[in-house]
Design a protein around this ligand. Structure first.
Ligand code: GDP
Length: 441
């Protein structure tokens, strides 16, 4: 059974000082030191009086009966005048009847009462400590339980899978096909979600593998030259004959700190030559899987039917139109495309003109700074990475016949996720987390 605790919840020296009381006997204590009487959760006006009947302050107070309070226990709050002497005297009075709370003890009680999970409790502290608007926003999102909700979603899927597995292990003769046949899909989805969460802010995959940026365009538009210019290396073969880039060439470079893998695709067009046809097919695949398309045009030549077809085909996809060969007399300009709402950059792969702004545009598009990153806490990211790794292992083991191995991996995954919500967090970890809180929270 918890004891009765109290603490000053506001900084010393403000105009108003809020004192919190929580635990069994909170209501009795409030009645003892405060003359006002109000309905539950309503403000009452009265005087704070000590044992000798002396008035210490004129104040407001409210009583929050369990379980509808911050801690889930009976709670009272006193709103005093902020003067140092007053506050000290009231605290001394409360100290005769209750124990001074440890840092974070109110929130710890809320967590233990199941009012919030560990991630939410930590968000309370992040919210208090947030120095920037965006940090506060993300803390609030976590406090609202948006991170927890997504984790619980994954947990539920994996628990289902695990219980199916366990049944299959215990009663192999009754093994149902769908337990194992549904497994790859469930595991793949869980891994994807965990990775997405682990890398939230910048997308997890973008940071790990680099954003996939495919350069598409009709032959001779300058795709290979563009890849070389962006990569700063003679990687792709450049010739003056159309249709020479028969394979998909790739190069990973850093653009303003964001890893980007550039794919140069063979001109997507109807090809007769079988080798070229394979190239075309692979180009289509690279383009389909890309996070961003650079649609390359030769601005020194008239827009062709092929160019227009490409514009139509890539509509609705994330894309940047690149008007290449700006060193030559232009037959049309990027504004033509911009007028249609297509973001366009003018560059010369030959001279390097405009490449810096293209790099910037690419970085911004593939790694936009999110309004509020859902996962900001290093402890959470670590646990998510751990969970993602064990689920990846489960995926590998799911290919074999050893169901027991998969079950072990899944238990590890669930345990890592429980570290975030607090379901499986050890007592000392919980204590350490709450000890970093301020007193009164
Ligand atoms: P791809 O078929 O789209 O890969 O085009 P390439 O990169 O092979 O280039 C086709 C031709 O255009 C080559 O002769 C390049 O030298 C030339 N080229 C590419 N970019 C530029 C540029 O910015 N300026 C000029 N003047 N020529 C370019």
């Amino acid at each position: 059974m918890n004891d009765l605790i109290y603490a000053l919840a506001t900084p010393v020296g403000g105009a108003i000082a809020v004192v919190r009381i929580s635990g069994p006997g909170a209501e009795a204590l409030l009645k003892r030191v405060f003359t006002g009487r109000g309905a539950p959760r309503e403000m009452a006006y009265g005087r704070v009086v000590d044992g000798a009947g002396e008035t210490l302050d004129e104040a407001m107070a409210a009583f929050f009966p369990a379980p509808r309070s911050y801690t889930g226990e009976d709670m009272a709050e006193l709103y005093l005048h902020g003067g140092q002497v007053t506050v000290r005297r009231v605290l001394a009075l409360l100290g005769c009847h209750a124990r001074s709370a440890r840092p974070g003890e109110f929130t710890e009680r809320a967590f233990l009462a199941g009012k919030m999970d560990l991630a939410q409790a930590e968000a309370v502290m992040d919210l208090i400590n947030a120095g920037a608007e965006r940090s506060a926003k993300s803390a609030l999102a976590q406090l609202e339980g948006r991170l927890s909700a997504r984790i619980v979603g994954v947990e539920r899927e994996l628990l289902d899978a695990l219980s199916g597995l366990e049944a299959a292990i215990d009663y192999p003769e009754e093994l149902e096909d769908d337990v194992t046949s549904a497994l790859p899909e469930v595991l793949a989805a869980a891994e994807q979600e965990l990775h997405a969460l682990a890398g939230a802010g910048l997308s997890g995959r973008v940071l790990r593998e680099g954003a996939r940026v495919a350069i598409v365009g009709r032959p001779n538009a300058g795709k290979s030259s563009l890849l070389n210019a962006l990569a700063g290396a003679e990687r792709a073969i450049v010739t003056r004959f159309a249709g020479t880039t028969r394979d998909v060439l790739e190069e990973t470079v850093s653009m303003e700190g964001v890893p980007v893998t550039l794919y140069d695709t063979a001109g997507i067009r109807a090809a007769d030559d079988p080798v070229e046809r394979i190239g075309v097919e692979r180009a289509r695949l690279a383009a389909e899987r890309a996070d961003l398309l650079l649609v390359c045009f030769d601005a020194a030549a008239p827009l062709t039917e092929e160019d227009l077809a490409l514009l139509r085909e890539t509509e609705g996809r994330p894309r940047i139109a690149v008007c290449n060969k700006s060193d030559l007399p232009a037959l049309w300009s990027a504004e033509t495309l911009a007028a249609q709402g297509i973001s366009a950059c003018t560059v010369s792969a030959e001279t390097g003109e405009g490449l810096a702004s293209l790099r910037h545009a690419i970085a911004v598009r593939v790694a936009p700074e999110q309004e509020s990153a859902l996962v900001t806490n290093a402890r959470h990211i670590e646990a998510l990475q751990l969970a993602a790794a064990s689920v990846a292992e489960a995926q590998q083991n799911a290919g074999g016949a050893e169901l027991e191995l998969v079950a072990t991996d899944l238990r590890e995954t669930l345990s890592a996720l429980g570290q975030i919500t607090g379901r499986t967090a050890a007592a000392d970890l919980i204590e350490r987390i709450f000890s970093k809180f301020c007193v009164g929270k």
